[in-house]
Structure formats: structure tokens, C-alpha cells
Design a protein around this ligand. Structure first.
Ligand code: SAH
Length: 221
């Protein structure tokens, strides 16, 4: 009979991750680099131990404070759309949360600047990324509606919580030719958007219907 411990390891094994990647391909993710990174990144260390056995299901899971770790399909999709901005990218992420999306990005771009409003989540994410030896990530605690001006402009900006409307300041921190990937709209009607900057013009493309936690305005927690 298998012991509990072994069963636990089984559920977070490489074979389980391979199955998730196969499913992402079925759902339309094509970028080999993105699939490769999702195959090797241990999502189970980004959730509480009690949920580790569910970490390779293609679903969002609770991470405390009313927040969720994004669904793997959404992480892959947003990353794939963002990477089309080119090579050696400098990326801003709003909503660090568990740090899982951050970890995926850090393995595919030059540098990641990530902003989170909840201190406890940021602290945990920082520890996990250090464990994975991902050192090209800078963390800021703040209100992501204001971006992170000090290091702007960015080749890519990814927002993992949904505002009702796209914050103007994020558009301003986008480099020429840069790509902003952001869910927005009222709860129940959110749509993922890609916005590409061309000088002072912003070209918008509507992508998937999605369901994100809200991008909170104002006061820090
Ligand atoms: N990519 C994360 C998603 C976390 S959920 C993951 O996969 O784990 C969205 C995150 O956005 C939460 O951690 C929430 O605290 C954060 N958030 C919400 N509003 C914010 C704001 N105005 N500024 C910065 N972070 C915000």
C-alpha cells in the first residue's frame, strides 16, 4: 500500500505536470517556451500545503486574504500574449499574489518588476522566488493603479486583477511598441484585453472572457 507521503508526492510529480501541459495545449496554448516553463515550475509550492494535491488542476485556488492564484490556462495565455513584444523584455506585473505568474515570467524575460498591495502575500512570494533561485525580480508594495514609475517604461505590463477601466497611468508607463495585457470590466463581464502602444495611439484587441478578483483602488492593506 502507498503511504500518505508517497501519494502526496505522486500528485505533485512530473507526470502530473506533464498532464497539465497537455491540457493547456488542448486549450490552444502554442508557445513552446511558455509550455516548457509551465512544465517545470512547481505550482504546488505557491499554495498552502492542504491544497498542494490540487495544484496541477487547471483551476484558480484560494491563497488567503480573499485572493486567488490564477488558473494555469490564464497564466499561460497572458504570458504568451505578452511575449510577442519581443526578446529580452522588461516587464511590470500588477498583483503579485502567490508569485506563480511572477515565477513563470521571470524565466522568460530579462527582468520583472512586481507590485502587490498585501504585505503578507508579497513576503511569501518573495521567499518562494528565492527558493527557486529566480533573482531577476524586484518587489514593490503599493497600489498598482499607479504602476511603478521609477523603472518605467516597460516592454510589457501584465495585470492579474481586474479594474473596471484600464488605469491611464499604466498606459503611460508602456514603451513604444509595448504590450499591456489586462482583464477589465464589471464583475461577471470581464474581458481580457491586449493594448499595444504605437506612439500616442493605443491599439486594443479583445481576448478571452475571464473572471479575476478586482483591482482594488486606493488604500493599502
Ligand atoms: N498572479 C497572481 C494573482 C493573484 S490575485 C497569482 O497567480 O497568484 C490578484 C492580486 O492582485 C492579489 O494578490 C491582490 O492583493 C492584488 N491586488 C489587487 N488590487 C491591487 C492593487 N490596486 N495594487 C496591487 N495589487 C493589487
Amino acid at each position: 500500500m502507498q503511504s500518505q507521503t508517497h501519494a502526496g508526492i505522486g500528485m505533485t510529480s512530473q507526470r502530473t505536470r506533464d498532464r497539465l501541459v497537455y491540457r493547456l495545449q488542448q486549450e490552444g496554448i502554442q508557445d513552446e517556451q511558455v509550455l516548457g516553463v509551465m512544465r517545470t515550475t512547481p505550482r504546488h509550492i505557491f499554495v498552502d500545503e492542504a491544497l498542494a494535491s490540487r495544484a496541477y488542476e487547471d483551476t484558480a485556488l484560494p491563497i488567503g486574504y480573499g485572493q486567488t492564484i490564477s488558473q494555469p490556462y490564464i497564466v499561460a495565455r497572458m504570458t504568451e500574449v505578452l511575449l510577442a513584444a519581443g526578446e529580452r523584455l522588461k516587464v511590470l506585473e500588477i498583483g503579485t499574489g502567490s508569485g506563480y505568474q511572477t515565477a513563470v515570467l521571470a524565466q522568460l524575460v530579462d527582468s520583472v518588476f512586481t507590485v502587490e498591495r498585501i504585505t503578507e502575500l508579497q513576503d511569501k512570494a518573495r521567499i518562494r522566488l528565492r527558493e527557486l533561485n529566480l533573482r531577476n525580480v524586484s518587489f514593490s508594495r503599493g497600489d498598482g493603479n499607479w504602476g511603478w514609475k521609477q523603472f518605467s517604461t516597460y516592454d510589457g505590463i501584465i495585470v492579474t486583477a481586474a479594474p473596471e477601466q484600464v488605469p491611464e497611468e499604466l498606459l503611460q508607463q508602456l514603451a513604444d511598441g509595448g504590450r499591456l495585457v489586462i482583464p477589465s470590466g464589471p464583475s461577471g463581464e470581464q474581458r481580457l484585453r491586449l493594448i499595444v502602444r504605437r506612439g500616442e495611439n493605443f491599439e486594443e484587441t479583445m481576448l478571452d472572457w475571464v473572471s479575476f478578483v478586482p483591482l482594488v483602488k486606493g488604500e493599502l492593506k
